[in-house]
Write a protein that binds this ligand. Sequence first.
Ligand SMILES: [Zn+2]
Length: 83
Amino acid sequence: MGLGPPVQPKPGSLDPRVRFRQRVQLARKRGSVAAWMAAENAKGHACACGCGKLIRILPSHHSRGIPRYLRAHRPMAVTMETR
Ligand SMILES: [Zn+2]
């Protein structure tokens, strides 16, 4: 009662700082992903099909997850058989 609408800051005024922050966070994230990649590559992830070859860890695997099989080694027949 008697309270006016809250004063909203201009949306454009915060932009540069936010952008800068995101850039810094991205750079930090990249560094940690590189460290993660090195650690996972050092561990060694063998292909789950049994060929014994090691899966090369890529930066995209950090967010998506490490695949269990090498690219061409994923048994497609398994998904067809399961009903
Ligand atoms: Zn394999």
